[in-house]
Design a binder for this molecule. Structure first.
Ligand code: BGC
Length: 798
């Protein structure tokens, strides 16, 4: 914005525009585009979902947000690509997606999603990068730069504290300031400062009582004033509660269209036709917003391309390359992998032929083409036997399918079982209830491992699962959701054509109960409390010394690496910390080309401020030929040693000895050195509950102390008079509302009669949970505002 190539033009337009025209630019024209003003030659701008591809709706299905979209490359989802630990490869994805956007005249791709994986149960974790904000911020920055360097705009989402699907449109995320800053906002901060996304999407939920869409602290004080964001804030679809308050807080573009309803509210407030104290708004606020929106329009209009084309095959290959760099080898006993091509091979599981390669919901891509096991074996002239093993649309055991799979597996040298989660288990719109694989997948693995000892399980999952059979199989490969080329990428790893190098971007717990948010997730019907504070993922498992199934940062290779000779540049003063260099060597000591991810963790002293045992502060992926040795230099800075002091409202460094570790997983630290830092801090009180714990059991008092205020009940039964912020779930005790809901359900039945993707389940849950005020926008007006107002009136007046 500051580079004002367009300032003159914006000034001229501002002079020309009427108040009505200005307010008209505050919201969308329809589901996917912004409004035009023909008189002033302001064109409508097109936005579509991402983030692992382009989901542009075909014209016929414009209003219904999940109907068929144009075909495009389905790149690996963020859960997978994060494991590459390679921002450069994220850049390549962003770059490729920018070409597809240009070819489709799309100006904004709605992504990346960067919310922290607080609980493995969050149904949408597949769209997010990590439990660690530093990693998430860096990976997102790579993607944004790749897209934006090529003229296409991103929308960093969902800002902020949208870490669950349950009641995501309404829930209040109650969090202490330190966890907010250090964990949940930090990823956004890195991406905003380092990659300067053109737009940020605010989330649906409330943050400490205030809807994100009208949260001035988040949208203006932190995002713009502290971090220097100068783009536009877009609302998540239907996230606006009070348009005037949202405008005052810093929300620029409301999406999708409200058919002028909300623009008029701003217009009226400005005209003071509604004389209510809290709706009065200063015209200067509107003007600033409109200026920002005009910049967005002018920039977008300058970056529309005619007849732009891209090479679809090349993009398919990029999708495969990203998958190959991200897939994580979790277990490789007796060096069962790489497999020999001449072996007698069984490939089991419908996911080998009908892969699950992406998650369900608004990010769903209509993939250009999908690689399968059969094609792979044919193209490579290899023999194999295949059995389906299960029906990929159902969790139920089919004994005939199991028996066939067992028979085929009996005389084989190696059995490769494709298994994983299904859409009815994980999706946008609802959270998972447990960490188990579907029963039929577990049973298949159990039965085959009884008759063949050489089993490799290949998982297609969007988030951690329990592996009850882990000791009975020799190999486990985690594909996550690796995009349209996932199956060919998997076989390239299985046959050693590619040496795996992915590292987990999240911890895999041994049980759900071990997860630090377990007792508090997903909260009540009003609020969810983040009582575990900064102890998310490995920050907790390390602190509580819990065993995990697989730790954060873990992943195997077919070769071996040696780390040595750690040197840390002098950093005896706090100022010196801004230029601290970590130098060490990595050598490939095996006989295959391979890549290793070096991870730098800092462990801080814990005097009066509770701390994680260690935190990731730098990483790099190093590519090495056999016997090759490289010297790596990474930089840390003051922030790498800081905590957020909620009392003084700034980042500070505590006095004491810090240890810098270098390793290839959070639980395999190979080199270390100490440094001493002298410092003084002011803090109000030490909160003992947060220092030593085995299990997270934070008392009301301790959490209130941390929050600095009293807690409100998280569960409140809705009662009359009902209002627009109630949802249908709140009203289901009322016969009239139940009838209304059943009517809607029958409409969904018709819309989704041929749907096999379990999308209906997502819509059902959204219908129940969406606040009444947004039902008409979100349903593309299938439910009208009148329907809603009538319903509320009838219920309130009996
Ligand atoms: C999702 C966003 C998405 C938008 C448009 C919302 O429900 O939360 O991530 O970009 O819909 O589809």
């Amino acid at each position: 914005m500051n580079d004002n190539k367009y300032s003159q033009k914006i000034k001229e337009l501002m002079k020309e525009m009427t108040l009505e025209e200005k307010t008209s630019l505050l919201s969308g024209k329809d589901f996917w585009s912004s409004k035009e003003i023909k008189r002033l030659k302001i064109d409508s701008i097109y936005l579509t979902d991402g983030p692992h591809g382009i989901r542009k709706q075909s014209i016929e299905s414009e209003e219904l947000s999940l109907q068929k979209s144009i075909s495009s490359t389905c790149f690996p989802a963020a859960c997978c690509s994060a494991c590459s630990f390679d921002p450069n490869i994220m850049y390549e994805m962003g770059e490729a997606i920018s070409r597809e956007a240009k070819a489709n005249k799309v100006s904004v791709v709605l992504g990346p999603g960067i919310n922290i994986k607080r609980s493995p149960l969050c149904g949408r974790n597949f769209e997010y990068f990590s439990e660690d904000p530093y990693l998430a911020g860096k990976m997102a920055s790579g993607w944004i730069n790749g897209l934006e360097d090529n003229g296409i705009q991103s929308s960093l989402k969902h800002f902020a504290l949208n870490n669950q699907e349950t009641l995501r449109l309404i829930i209040d995320s109650v969090i202490d300031e330190r966890a907010l800053r250090e964990i949940y906002l930090y990823a956004f901060e890195i991406a905003v400062k380092e990659a300067k996304p053109s737009t940020v999407m605010c989330s649906y939920n409330r943050v400490n009582g205030i809807f994100a869409s009208e949260n001035k602290y988040l949208l203006t004080d932190i995002l713009r004033d502290e971090w220097g964001f100068d783009g536009i804030v877009i609302s998540d679809w239907g996230a606006v509660n009070d348009r005037v308050e949202a405008l005052k807080a810093g929300l620029d573009l409301q999406m999708p269209s409200t058919n002028g309803y909300d623009d008029k509210k701003v217009y009226d407030a400005l005209k003071e036709t509604i004389i209510k104290e809290n709706t009065i708004i200063d015209e200067k606020i509107l003007d600033k917003t409109v200026e920002r929106i005009l910049y967005f329009y002018l920039y977008s209009m300058d970056n529309i391309y005619d007849n732009f084309d891209y090479d679809k095959e090349e993009h398919h290959n990029i999708a495969r390359k990203i998958a190959e760099n991200s897939i994580v080898l979790l277990k490789n006993e007796d060096k069962i992998l790489p497999a020999k091509k001449e072996s007698k091979i069984a490939v089991i599981g419908e996911f080998a032929q009908k892969p699950r390669y992406q998650g369900n919901g608004s990010s769903l891509i209509n993939a250009y083409k999908i690689d399968t096991a059969e094609e792979y074996f044919k193209e490579n002239n290899l023999e194999f036997n295949y059995a389906k093993g299960y029906d990929s649309n159902s969790p139920s055991i089919d004994n005939a399918l199991i028996e066939e799979a067992v028979n085929i597996s009996k005389d084989k040298d190696i059995v490769i079982i494709f298994a994983g989660l299904i859409n009815s288990y994980e999706s946008e719109g609802f959270d998972r209830k447990h960490l188990n694989l579907p029963e039929n997948h577990n049973h298949l693995i159990e039965e085959i491992s009884k008759i063949n000892k050489n089993v490799v399980v290949v998982l297609s999952i969007g988030a951690p699962v329990l592996m009850t059979w882990i000791d009975k199989v020799k190999g486990v490969i985690n594909l996550y959701l690796a995009g349209e080329a996932s199956v060919s990428a998997a076989f390239n790893i299985i046959f050693g054509i590619v040496n795996p190098s992915g590292k987990l971007a999240e911890s895999f717990p041994l049980s759900l109960e071990d997860n630090p948010s377990y007792k508090y997730f997903p909260g009540g019907n009003r609020a969810v409390e983040y009582r575990e504070s900064i102890f998310v993922g490995y920050r907790y498992y390390d602190k509580a010394q819990k065993k995990v199934l697989f730790p954060f940062g873990f992943g195997l290779s077919y070769t071996t690496f040696e780390f040595s000779d750690l040197i840390i540049s002098d950093a005896s003063t706090i100022a010196g910390l801004d230029n601290i260099h970590i130098v060490f060597d990595i050598k490939n000591t095996g006989d295959l080309f391979g890549c290793e991810v070096a991870q730098v963790y800092v462990s801080a002293p814990e005097n009066n401020i509770f701390k994680a045992k260690k935190e990731l502060k730098a990483f790099i992926k190093v590519f090495l030929q056999p016997n090759e040795k490289k010297t790596v230099i990474l930089k840390l800075n003051k922030r790498s040693f800081s905590f957020y002091n909620a009392d003084t409202k700034q980042y500070e460094i505590e006095n004491g000895t810090y240890t810098i570790y270098v390793g290839n997983s959070s639980r395999n630290l190979l080199l270390s050195k100490n440094i001493k830092i002298d410092s003084v801090n002011y803090y109000k009180k030490r909160i003992d509950d947060y220092f030593d714990f085995k299990d997270i059991n934070i008392s009301d008092n301790a959490f209130e102390e941390l929050l600095g205020r009293k807690l409100n009940p998280i569960n409140v039964k809705a009662s009359k008079p009902y209002n627009l912020n109630n949802n249908l779930r709140d009203l289901l005790d009322e016969n009239r509302a139940k009838y209304f809901y059943n009517e809607l359900l029958s409409k969904l039945d018709v819309i989704f009669k041929d749907d096999k993707t379990d999308t209906k389940k997502m819509f059902e849950s959204m219908m129940l949970e969406t606040p009444l005020r947004s039902l008409s926008t979100m349903s593309g007006n299938i439910i009208t505002r009148d329907d809603i107002e009538n319903l509320i009136n009838i219920l309130n007046n009996n």
